[in-house]
Design a protein around this ligand. Structure first.
Ligand code: ATP
Ligand code: MG
Length: 556
């Protein structure tokens, strides 16, 4: 699946082909696209695909991209969401040409509605929503005309004005386009253009109590902004006919709608409505919980903007919906962080090692490269002393043949420091190993000549006396099934109860200099980013991804 799409990415995708043809033919000399979020939640990874597509097109071809808030639904929208959406788009690395709001066009849209009424193309309907639904028919049966369909233009104009002036309660009347109640496309059976909603709007306040429907705002906003290629997801394909009809009847700029398949990730949900439930019901700590597939959650988790753009590029766009493996996203972030992240040693599950031939109370400075992938980052100092921590899993009392870590009589290299040999170990009354006793080999420090000593394993370690206690948050998938939305019952029944483990890690002191959000590779453990919950007393790190590359293995 992925291999096929990788091939696609080399040539133009189908939308780029359309644009290329339009520019070649001289239909346009430049294009205008828009990214049109509804400010009713935070952006998620699905939106990132749409952002990369819309902004990417005008990087590739002459033209520009607008940001337009599709804010026609006062009840669910909020300025908090507007600000966060803007922040997320900028963080992803894109800048819009103009910032628009569908609500800025409410006056113009009202004028358009009057025009349709005057031309006999719209009418005020007093039917209830149930009555409208009953008269609508079914895909195989034509609908029936509303008893209000043949009102005079004058009566319609008067009623519509009264609707606007607040004379009627919510839901008591609508304005509908007068198209064809027998139309094969159900959306063309006199669609609702305006509804009454006495609600406070985040920008227009209480000025309006009637609000345009999506279909009477989206295409019109596109036309007002002279958007050339209006790209949306597949579920809007049946709306295209209405989009074109309204533009034609209003005689406004002819924007064109094109559809591509939604991109969904496995083991999560990409729907603002569902993500909102997770936030409101406390299943996560907020929109930016590092387990969330939101841009802000991923940023906090340690994802880089580049890795998200790279992911969107790799999956490309398609005409058929499919679910993308989250492993690909992890692959992208590993690739990027491997190049950039500084290396640090942090022991997550400590076992004490005493180096019996190293003097007590002495600290020796060792050195190791900050990032072997980027030598310009130089070396760092790492204090070494008589007592160190290693990972519990790096010691085995009776090792198997292929075990190259520490075991009685065996030698390992301590990263950036000496080769040590295990002489003995101590067990407590429960049989748990509590301490390992080793001797270090003089002149075996990294960089020194150790010819003749055959050591296969290199371990990370931290000096006990110098170790920083840090909080480490280990994340797993938020859901335990691939597609929680398609399972029986509520999607929240499939939340992974084990998606967060908080542990204490022991870090080398260089980690103290970490800045907020900075990413590190904890040697042999994975990529971790400093969380904003960190204080001067306690550093907190989020695991972005483990080091193991599961995705590459399954793809080959
Ligand atoms: P949600 O169901 O999460 O609220 P939406 O489509 O209603 O999604 P909008 O704010 O209306 O969210 O979306 C802004 C733009 O992002 C639209 O053009 C929409 O088609 C696109 N988009 C949203 N979700 C995805 C997705 N999963 N994949 C690709 N594009 C998406
Ligand atoms: Mg929407």
């Amino acid at each position: 699946m992925i291999t096929e799409e990788k091939k696609e990415e080399k040539s133009l995708n189908f939308i780029e082909e359309i644009i290329d043809t339009d520019l070649q033919s001289g239909k346009y000399t430049r294009i205008i696209t828009r990214f049109p979020p509804e400010p009713n939640g935070y952006l998620h990874i699905g939106h990132a695909t749409s952002i990369c597509l819309n902004f990417g097109l005008t990087k590739k071809f002459p033209g520009y991209t607008n940001l337009r808030f599709d804010d026609t639904n006062p009840v669910t929208e909020d300025t908090e969401f507007v600000e966060n959406i803007k922040n997320d788009i900028r963080w992803l690395g894109f800048e819009w040409e103009n910032e628009h709001y569908a609500s800025d066009y409410f006056d113009v849209l009202y004028g358009y509605a009057i025009k349709l009424i005057n031309e006999g193309l719209a009418y005020v309907d007093d039917s209830t929503s149930e009555e409208i639904a009953t008269l609508k028919g079914t895909p195989t049966e034509p609908g029936k005309d509303s008893p209000y369909r043949n009102r005079s233009v004058e009566e319609n104009l008067a009623l519509f004005e009264q609707m606007k002036n607040g004379a009627f309660p919510d839901g008591s009347r609508t304005l509908r386009a007068r198209i064809d109640m027998a139309h094969i496309n159900m959306l063309m059976r006199d669609p609702i253009l305006y509804r009454i909603k006495h609600a406070h709007h985040h920008r227009t306040g209480d000025k309006w109590c009637i609000y345009p429907m999506y279909d009477f705002a989206h295409g019109q906003s596109d036309a007002i902004e002279t958007v050339t290629h209006s790209i949306c997801t597949l579920e809007f394909a049946p709306h295209r006919e209405l989009y074109d009809w309204l533009i034609e009847k209003l005689g406004i700029y002819t924007s064109h709608q094109y559809e591509f398949a939604r991109r969904n990730l496995n083991y999560t949900v990409t729907s603002k409505r569902k993500l909102l439930q997770l936030v409101q019901e406390g299943h996560v700590s907020g929109w930016d919980d590092p387990r969330m597939p939101t841009i802000s959650g991923m940023r906090r988790r340690g994802y880089t903007a580049f890795s998200i753009r790279d992911f969107c590029d790799r999956i490309g766009i398609a005409k058929r919906e499919n679910i993308v493996d989250v492993g690909l996203l992890e692959f992208c972030v590993r690739e990027d962080l491997n190049k950039q992240a500084l290396r640090r040693m942090v022991v997550l599950d400590p076992l004490k090692v005493v180096i019996t031939n190293f003097p007590e109370g002495v600290t020796e400075m060792c050195h190791s490269e900050n990032n072997p992938e980027d030598i310009s980052t130089g070396n760092r100092d790492i204090p070494f002393s008589r007592e160190i921590f290693i990972e519990k899993e790096d010691f085995m009392e009776t090792p198997s043949k292929k075990y190259f870590r520490l075991a009685p009589g065996k030698m390992v290299r301590l990263k950036g420091a000496y080769i040590i040999q295990c002489d003995d170990f101590v067990k407590d009354e429960n049989g748990e190993i509590t301490e390992v006793r080793c001797t270090y080999i003089e002149n075996s420090k990294s960089g020194q000549d150790t010819t003749g000593i055959n050591v296969k394993g290199t371990l990370h370690w931290v000096s006990v006396a110098h170790a920083l206690e840090v909080e480490v948050r280990l994340y797993d998938r938020l859901f335990s099934v691939e597609d929680p939305s398609s399972e029986d019952g509520d999607f929240k029944d499939y939340l992974n109860a084990d998606s967060l483990h908080i542990i204490t890690g022991y870090a080398e002191p260089a980690l103290l200099e970490a800045s907020e959000g900075e990413s590190f590779q904890f040697l042999r453990k994975g990529y971790f980013a400093k969380d904003p919950d960190s204080t001067a007393e306690k550093l907190v790190f989020n695991r972005t991804a483990t080091l193991r590359d599961n995705w590459a293995k399954t793809a080959n």
